[in-house]
Unconditional design. Structure first.
Lengths: 520, 482
């Protein structure tokens, strides 16, 4: 039974999308059907969680079928402690987004839901694929529905934002395709058989200069997706123009694909290059943390503020990841989940208020506490979670990221902590301007508080925010064996590169990287 | 005069098509009234029979006409491809011709003659026979381009195509003459052995000849810098003819091109691969960059077809068995998605109002959802988005390039794919994200055109998700050479 659970998880949303296509386009029927079709994969992912053996650090529930045998391309799926929770996040957020869209999507509802479900297939597939070509296929499959969601249901500048999103993402991913092909040709030279099997490619030893090129090609694709400074400029446009559901999925899951890619592919495949590049990655991450926070602070538009806060928060994820020790990577993965929940909640909150007032300007609000108390509480929890208040989930993740980074290179931690403070500043200040103070706009006096449906959307997030803040061990213990496997593999790879060459590859690579940096 | 004894079996596919063409012409004489649907059915039937005959010949290589004409799996692969392309362009044309006021008879016959020429090119193992095939195909297509006799653009297209085509054919013939001078033969196998024997004696003349051959073929496949005719001719010709040109003519030219260069001249690879490298890079880049600025969908597809010729040239540069098989598969992929795209263009055309500007696609996504969905899939496939056939093709081509050490060219190729994504996605933007003002009246809705688009759609999706069978055919086809 195990053996097709992951396939079922990936393709039930596709089946749901096909069924939706056959239904009459009456809004209420489509909405309810879509909710059911999004609940099915969520239920399957819970079953996967129940069957998952949290003590193992390798891949589980592996499914392996030949797809294009002559090229060594396989349909190869597997799950470990890292992808498990990201998959759960994906299936949960999809349900919430479908539920939330009842309020704000009223045109072409059926098409919207179909795209959402297809997007879910792409996202889960990307997280579960262990064959590089299969991974690439799902990676690209994510692109098209998101692009249409922004472009059809988005705001006034949606076309610009959609095209920018699509071109940026494709640019990175196509270079990655060449790198994948090159990697496979190296594999064939080494073993005589072409293979895109990630587990086999992990064992491939690659000369350091080649590793650096390949790491750069993979890294560019992922860095654009994360997005890391200076490749982040598509993000504010895409977020601001996307419909609420699109923003939630974009911030909650799609951005994680970049960091997940680093963790699953770029680091373990090219360990020596990654270790050599780590200080540079950390430096860029810290720049992203501070830059994102500063820019977020001055945004007059709520959605843009949340968008830039993503740039800042993803910086922490990258910082912990680049540290490549168990604390750092655990924090990084934990922070991916946190960011998915807290930023998802923030976008939902912004969407809810936009539905009521049709504006997102911070200056148009103020004094909402008395008018919409439930809403204010939800926003408060989302905000505090995002800041990283101890006792909530964000604290655990940020703390672990910083702890890991401290063990790797403490120079960066000092600057990153500044980002934590700035994060508290811009979020509390935003909250203060929107929720507290006197009511300055008469329209705000008559705002309706959250409906039961909207409360239902926020409830799971709130529960998880507290759960993950108070009892992180329940998640961390399941992740840790897998993270240990990855960290040990990277360390071994970096070390064996050192031994086989008889020189210090890290310093050599550092020299290569810095000379390249000078050339730029 | 001493005539060689002829083995007729390998000639059967070409004979079947030619016979059908003659039958169409004769039946046309006896038909009353304006309705020519029966001729379309006759043509489709003839092509289907041809395809079956060809398929039977798969795996039974045979030579005839003094060894100048061969039916190996390579030729059979292309026969099947041409039959499929011609069947689809014929079906596409049935209602289109009626609405745009073309009498059908000669149209169908010319398509069949062109197909016979294409098949000859794919099966020829002698430069002179290649030339014969090329001329049979080209002359038929020159006429087809001008089949709208009252239309200035169509006339211009035909004349331009004819003049430039004749000029390019001159280069090809001169190239053949020089290769003959260098090796003493026009027969591909003899040329190959002579090159192997002589080493570098008389090499200059051979290279000059090969260079002229590249110009001749480069014109037919629309490679930069021999591409300037393409947008005008593609725009002016009736869309179903454009589809035939973009798909059939290009594939036929590549069939002969690859047989000559990847097989016969393979030992001189070191000399010509650099030329093709630059040709490929220039063709991809120029095609994609110019496609961006087009506001007419047929011109956009013309430049896109130039760009795709560039990707095909990448496969030629990669060479070897992998490169050749990648070339064949890419042609298959290109045929499916491009025919589909032209089918959609045909579906929007009206008498006196071709609806060819991209603006006319605004709002199509919700006005005609199925048609727009098909167009979106064709565009995404052309852009190389998985899991569609265009991605499988690019995967195969770039993999061959990387494996042969042409990583730089593969990088140029993928960067070009990003550029191309812009204009393909622009069509999707227009269809789904902009509101259309006018409701274009519906074409006479008969299933012919819908069937064409449906078949292309199915091929684009299925060969994308399960490319195994296509890969197997392409490999079988190319590996049967030498």
């Amino acid at each position: 039974m195990d053996h097709s659970l992951l396939t079922a998880l990936i393709f039930t949303p596709t089946l749901g999308a096909i069924f939706l296509g056959l239904l009459p386009s009456e809004e209420r029927i489509v909405q309810r059907a879509a909710l059911v079709f999004s609940l099915v994969p969520f239920a399957i992912s819970l079953a996967v969680l129940a069957l998952f053996d949290g003590t193992r650090g390798d891949f589980q529930m592996i499914e392996r079928h030949a797809w294009l045998p002559e090229f060594g391309v396989q349909y190869l799926l597997g799950i470990d402690g890292v992808s498990l929770f990201l998959v759960l996040l994906t299936t949960l957020l999809t349900v919430l987004v479908v539920l939330a869209s009842f309020g704000d999507v009223h045109k072409r509802v059926r098409e919207y839901m179909i795209l959402m479900l297809l997007l879910e297939t792409g996202m889960i597939g990307t997280l579960l694929a262990l064959d590089l070509i299969l991974f690439y296929v799902f990676w690209e499959v994510m692109l098209v529905p998101m692009y249409l969601l922004i472009g059809v249901w988005g705001g006034p500048r949606r076309i610009y934002a959609a095209i920018k999103f699509a071109l940026y993402t494709m640019f990175g991913s196509l270079l990655m395709l060449v790198a994948i092909l090159y990697l496979a040709s190296l594999q064939r030279a080494a073993t005589g058989a072409t293979s895109f099997d990630l587990l086999k490619l992990y064992e491939l030893s690659i000369p350091l200069d080649t590793q650096l090129w390949l790491f750069a090609a993979f890294g560019l694709a992922f860095a654009i997706k994360v997005p890391m400074f200076p490749f982040h400029t598509w993000l504010p446009d895409a977020h601001v123009e996307a419909p609420t559901g699109g923003s939630v999925i974009l911030a909650g899951v799609l951005l994680k694909m970049g960091t997940y890619g680093f963790l699953r592919f770029a680091w373990p495949l090219f360990p020596a290059a990654a270790v050599a590049a780590a200080p540079y990655v950390m430096a860029i991450a810290v720049i992203g943390i501070i830059y994102g926070a500063l820019v977020a602070m001055v945004q007059p538009d709520l959605k843009k503020l949340v968008a830039y806060s993503s740039v800042s928060h993803l910086g922490f994820v990258m910082l912990g990841l680049a540290a490549m020790n168990v604390e750092g990577v655990s924090g990084s993965v934990y922070q991916m989940l946190n960011h998915g929940l807290s930023t998802g909640a923030l976008f939902l909150a912004v969407g809810a208020i936009y539905e009521r007032r049709h504006t997102r300007q911070i200056a148009d609000f103020g004094g909402l506490w008395k008018v919409v108390p439930i809403y204010s509480v939800m926003l408060l929890i989302a905000m505090l979670s995002s800041i990283g208040l101890p006792g909530l989930n964000g604290f655990v993740g940020e703390f672990l990221c910083l702890l890991g980074a401290f063990g790797a290179d403490r120079r960066f931690v000092a600057w990153a902590v500044l980002g934590v403070i700035l994060g508290a500043v811009y979020l509390t200040w935003m909250y203060q301007r929107v929720i507290f103070g006197p009511i300055t706009h008469e329209e705000n006096r008559t705002l309706l508080d959250l409906s039961p449906r909207e409360i239902l959307v926020f409830t799971p997030i709130v529960i998880l925010v507290f759960w993950m803040g108070i009892y992180p061990k329940s998640l961390l213990s399941r992740m840790e064996p897998s993270i240990q496997t990855i960290v040990a593999h990277v360390e071994k790879g970096a070390r064996s590169g050192r031994e086989s060459r008889g020189r210090e590859p890290v310093t050599e690579a550092k020299a290569a990287v810095s000379s390249a940096a000078k050339a730029l | 005069m001493n005539l060689p004894s002829i083995d007729w079996a390998p000639l059967l596919p070409v004979l079947a098509v030619t016979t059908t063409a003659l039958a169409v012409l004769i039946v046309d004489l006896f038909m009353q009234g304006p309705d020519r649907d029966a001729l379309a059915w006759l043509a489709v039937l003839g092509l289907a029979v041809t395809a079956v005959i060809s398929a039977v010949l798969w795996g039974h290589p045979a030579r005839t006409l003094n060894g100048t004409f061969v039916v190996d799996d390579y030729a059979v692969f292309f026969d099947l491809l041409f039959c499929a392309a011609s069947i689809l362009t014929t079906l596409m044309a049935v209602d289109y011709l009626a609405t745009t006021g073309v009498r059908g008879g000669e149209y169908y016959a010319l398509v069949l003659f062109a197909t016979a020429g294409m098949m000859t090119m794919a099966a020829a193992t002698d430069l002179i026979v290649i030339f014969l095939g090329l001329e049979v195909m080209s002359i038929a297509v020159y006429v087809l381009a001008g089949v709208w006799r009252q239309d200035v653009r169509s006339n211009e297209a035909a004349l331009k195509y004819f003049l430039l085509g004749a000029f390019a054919t001159g280069f090809l013939l001169f190239g053949i003459a020089l290769v003959y001078g260098a090796t003493g033969s026009t027969h591909l196998d003899t040329i190959a052995t002579e090159i192997g024997r002589h080493g570098r004696d008389g090499h200059e003349m051979l290279l000059l000849g090969a260079g002229l051959l590249i110009i001749g073929f480069g014109f037919k496949v629309a490679a930069v810098p021999f591409h300037v005719w393409t947008p005008d001719v593609y725009e002016g010709a009736p869309t179903s003819v454009t589809a035939l040109m973009a798909v059939g003519v290009k594939a036929a030219a590549f069939a002969a091109f690859a047989r000559v260069f990847l097989d016969s001249l393979a030992s001189a690879r070191a000399d010509w691969s650099t030329v093709l490298w630059w040709l490929a890079a220039a063709t991809m880049t120029v095609g994609n960059l110019l496609a961006i600025t087009q506001s007419n969908i047929k011109r956009m597809l013309a430049y896109s077809s130039i760009a795709h010729a560039g990707y095909l040239l990448v496969a030629m540069v990669a060479g070897g068995k992998q490169g050749g098989a990648a070339l064949l598969f890419y042609l298959l992929a290109y045929t499916a998605m491009n025919l589909g795209a032209f089918g959609v263009v045909v579906a929007l055309a009206r008498r006196g109002e071709p609806n060819e500007t991209i603006d006319r696609y605004a709002g199509l996504g919700f006005r005609r959802p199925m048609l727009a969905l098909a167009m979106a899939v064709f565009m995404l496939s052309l852009a190389g988005v998985p899991p569609l056939v265009g991605f499988a093709g690019k995967f195969y081509v770039f993999r061959a390039a990387v494996d042969s050490g042409y990583v730089g060219l593969a990088v140029i190729g993928v960067l070009n794919s990003v550029v191309s994504a812009y204009y393909y996605i622009w069509i999707i933007v227009t269809m789904y994200m902009r509101e259309g003002e006018v409701e274009p009246p519906l074409l006479r809705t008969r299933p012919y055109l819908a069937a064409t688009i449906g078949i292309a759609f199915a091929a684009t999706v299925l060969l994308g998700v399960f490319p195994g069978i296509g890969f197997a055919l392409a490999r079988g086809g190319f590996f049967s050479l030498g």
